[in-house]
Write a protein that binds this ligand. Structure first.
Ligand code: HEM
Length: 341
């Protein structure tokens, strides 16, 4: 692929696709029946419990913050935020964990189990796994230096999962900018939401499978003139991700190598330098179709407060993606991995 390859699909096709997804948006990110004080009488200690468990998890390994934030994102993009991502395969249900954007990649399920156990012993049968995950994601961001926001609550856990929708809805690193934008529009999220939420890549790791192409294609060489990395950093990346096909695919490297464990705006500053490790991230700044996204990237690179404000707002919108089905037929799971019997 050419450096930060452009999407080669004919422009008209992309336009039609965008019009189609906007018109056919089935999920709704606006006006959900969620409230800030949902558990005030039934489980007043819910925030305290989640926070304490997240503190332990992030203290033991800061990457745990990234795992939980990504889990929440992958939950909300499939049937809305309904805890479907947490379900295991059983005889009667196929979960989403083996879908290609999740397999070998999505982690953090044990952290969710620990929080759920604590919640069940304090307030049995009250707090849904979907709400637990939404609060935990907010706390995760704060614990690594990111912004606070109020979390609307009252989600129900689904009794179904959809590996098909996980394949279809979740964005992947090798997709073009217009495809990724259309996946966010489909969920009721704007281009600004997309760029701001991608700022979550300021923490956490990506597997070599997703970054290797860039580090061996010459894009990062000092001679490329486009986006040189320091030689020592490039050598580090190459030693983590050897070129041999298949070997080391699951080795990981930080997406924000400048401050990998801190939630800040350095992710965007790396994009300005052409140093985004995921092709999809770099396209927000470098793609020919990325005039709007490029301007937003520049804004957040220059203004951390603007990034934090928009990230908080967009996380609330992400968390508000709901679907009628889980409100009507949903439940509060006792164990986040299985529907209640
Ligand atoms: C815009 C489209 C997005 C694409 C194409 C994308 C893709 C990816 C990929 C490929 C990885 C590395 C996974 C691996 O190699 O195992 C990753 C990691 C991550 N993503 Fe995204 N992502 C996107 C948006 C988001 C959003 C909206 C959030 C949260 C709000 C998010 C949070 C994370 C986090 C925290 C990690 C690090 C997880 C870890 O350390 O294991 N991503 N993403």
């Amino acid at each position: 692929m050419a450096p930060f390859s452009l999407c080669f699909r004919p422009f008209v096709m992309q336009l039609l696709l965008l019009v189609f997804v906007v018109l056919s948006t089935g999920l709704c990110a606006g006006d959900p029946p969620l409230t800030l004080d949902y558990y005030e009488s039934a489980c007043p200690t819910v925030f305290e419990i989640v926070k304490k468990e997240m503190e332990c998890a992030v203290l033991s390994d800061p990457r745990n913050a990234a795992l939980v934030v990504r889990l929440h994102f992958h939950d909300c993009f499939v049937q809305g935020c309904d805890g479907s991502v947490l379900l295991e395969d059983t005889i009667t249900l196929t979960g989403e964990k083996k879908a290609s954007p999740n397999i070998h990649s999505l982690k953090g399920f044990r952290i969710v189990d620990r929080i759920k156990n604590k919640l069940e012993s304090e307030c049995p049968g009250i707090v849904s796994c979907a709400d637990l995950l939404t609060i935990a994601a907010r706390d995760a961001v704060i614990l690594v230096g990111g912004p606070y926001w109020d979390v609307p609550l009252g989600r129900k856990d689904s009794i179904t999962a959809s590996p098909e929708l996980a394949e279809a809805n979740l964005p992947t690193a090798n997709e073009g900018l217009s495809t990724i934008i259309s996946k966010f529009l489909y969920q009721g999220l704007s281009v600004t939401d997309m760029v701001a939420l991608s700022g979550a890549h300021t923490i956490g790791m990506a597997r070599c499978e997703n970054v290797r192409e860039g580090i061996y294609s010459g894009e990062f060489e000092a001679t490329s003139g486009i986006n040189p990395l320091s030689e020592s950093h490039l050598n580090n990346l190459r030693s983590t991700c050897p070129p041999v096909g298949g070997v080391g695919n699951n080795n990981v490297t930080a997406m924000d190598y400048a401050t990998p464990e801190i939630f800040d705006n350095s992710f965007y500053r790396l994009l300005l330098k052409g140093e985004g490790l995921l092709n999809s991230d770099q396209e927000m700044y470098s793609s020919l179709f990325g005039i709007e996204t490029g301007e937003i990237v520049k804004k957040y690179a220059a203004d951390p407060v603007a990034f934090f404000e928009q990230f908080s707002e967009s996380m609330v919108k992400l968390g508000n993606i709901t679907n009628d089905e889980s409100f009507e037929n949903g439940e509060v799971r006792k164990n986040c991995r299985f529907v209640n019997t």
